[in-house]
Design a protein around this ligand. Structure first.
Ligand SMILES: Cc1cc2nc3c(=O)[nH]c(=O)nc-3n(C[C@H](O)[C@H](O)[C@H](O)COP(=O)(O)OP(=O)(O)OC[C@H]3O[C@@H](n4cnc5c(N)ncnc54)[C@H](O)[C@@H]3O)c2cc1C
Length: 413
């Protein structure tokens, strides 16, 4: 099977690169072993907690940070184009790279965010919360949503919150098995007449509140159930991230895959790339678990296999490594230096990953690999938790890699 570009890993990084390449006429395949970090998305893409100006400085001063590999001269263009890329795929986002807004975490903390799916509650600033009257609605028996934490978080900023709980017979049936009371299963139930009954019950509970918050359990395949719910309620209603798998995140992944395949890409899910063939510093072919006797060949390759969470990086007691190509990585040699003592401290392993040059190209035992570009969370140098830069690094490197491969711009000025 021959392609212009083969991408290993079908999460955010693989999909953004794949969409950019396919839109520019390339024949592209994405091979992905399994679920990606998008399935646990908070609803927000994070860029940098300290804001855009700080990224530009970082991109110019920290040579080992992925934003530096992207280059400050390209960043603005990529970040400015991102919303439109998602919109074309049917994912509506609010926000702007020049000014972070605040998202609400499942524990009621306010965190800086770049772009947020439009059904989630966001605030321009803490000051905007003061004096708001908010109704926080829990679903009976659903344990991955913490209404009291959400209310306490908003009350710390001066909101007046009331917490209520709503039960539905259809959801009670899910409760007969504790493992079934999950966001994805609830979203399958909350359609048609059941959605109407929920809206009716919630409407009856609103007193003088101007904002109604529920857990993010609407619409695994499209945002239509949430839009319908909002219409039925006739009030300003938003969702809050849950502490489990993310229904809107799964939807985002599906919509990006649909966009990629609509553009002619092949998305091969449930297969793991296990080995490769190289000639004269170039990758020539890949083999997978399900295609042991058949090679996937291409002119260019993109590695977007994620961090430890997705097995893009792995470890043994002896060391940390990139398991597919054995790429050179940046990581502390001594195991004692991998983690900090306290769980809430900055964890050194978050910055471990694949080393690349200014073209996002890696090395193997110091030798250059000319036609492989590395993008996303597998890269070294960023700490998505401390810096709040997870998706920003992924999107910016994914678009940079696409331009490196095509040799021309994929976004407008
Ligand atoms: C649980 C979690 C939640 C996060 N939430 C947020 C958030 O809310 N906002 C934010 O900005 N950032 C978040 N991040 C940061 C996150 O890393 C990025 O946002 C982003 O989604 C990572 O994308 P990626 O494509 O680099 O990797 P991933 O999404 O991890 O995707 C990698 C893919 O590669 C596949 N793969 C791995 N090895 C192989 C192989 N050999 N062959 C084939 N396929 C392979 C995996 O199965 C997986 O599908 C989160 C990270 C994690 C781990």
């Amino acid at each position: 099977m021959r392609y212009d570009t083969l991408i290993v890993g079908g999460g955010l990084g693989g999909l953004v690169s794949g969409i950019a390449l396919a839109r520019n006429g390339q024949r592209v395949a994405i091979i992905s072993a399994g679920r990606s970090a998008l399935h646990f998305l908070s609803g927000s893409l994070e860029l940098y907690a300290d804001g855009y100006e700080a990224i530009v400085k970082l991109a110019e001063s920290h040579s080992d940070h992925p934003y530096n590999s992207v280059g400050s001269e390209h960043l603005e263009r990529y970040l400015g184009a991102t919303k439109e890329i998602f919109e074309r795929a049917g994912v509506a986002l609010v926000g702007d790279h020049r000014r972070n807004h605040l998202r609400l975490s499942p524990t009621g903390a306010l965190r800086p965010a770049w772009l947020t799916m439009s059904e989630y509650v966001t605030f321009a600033s803490r000051g905007e919360i003061e004096g708001r009257r908010v109704l926080v609605v829990a679903l009976e028996g659903y344990l991955d949503f913490y209404p009291e934490f959400v209310a306490a978080g908003l009350e710390r900023c001066g909101a007046a919150c009331r917490v209520v709980s709503v039960g539905l017979d259809e959801l009670a049936r899910l409760r007969e098995s504790a493992t079934e009371m999950r966001a994805a299963n609830i979203s399958r139930v909350l359609v048609g007449p059941v959605l109407e009954r929920l809206a009716h019950k919630v409407r009856g509970l609103i007193e003088d509140e101007e904002l109604v918050l529920l857990p993010a359990v609407f619409g695994l395949e499209s945002s239509e159930p949430f839009e319908r719910f909002r219409e039925l309620l006739g009030s300003d209603v938003r969702v809050v991230a849950t502490a489990s798998a993310s229904v809107p995140g799964v939807r985002m992944q599906r919509l990006l895959v649909e966009e990629f395949t609509r553009l002619g890409g092949d998305y091969i899910l449930g297969d793991r790339v296990t080995d490769y063939r190289a000639e004269e510093g170039r990758i020539v072919a890949l083999r997978t678990v399900k295609h042991r006797d058949e090679e996937f060949t291409a002119d260019n390759f993109v590695l977007s296999t994620g961090s430890f969470f997705s097995h893009g990086l792995d470890s043994t007691p002896e060391g940390i490594f990139e398991p597919l190509f054995g790429l050179d990585i940046s990581a502390a040699a001594s195991r004692e230096e991998w983690t900090a003592r306290h769980i809430l401290d900055t964890q050194p392993f978050q910055r471990f990953g694949v080393k690349v040059d200014g073209h996002l190209r890696p090395t193997i035992d110091g030798g250059e690999v000319h036609n492989l570009h590395v993008v996303g969370a597998v890269l070294a140098g960023a700490d998505p938790v401390k810096e709040g830069c997870g998706a920003g690094v992924v999107v910016a490197t994914a678009l940079r890699a696409a331009e490196e491969i095509l040799g021309h711009r994929v976004t407008r000025e």
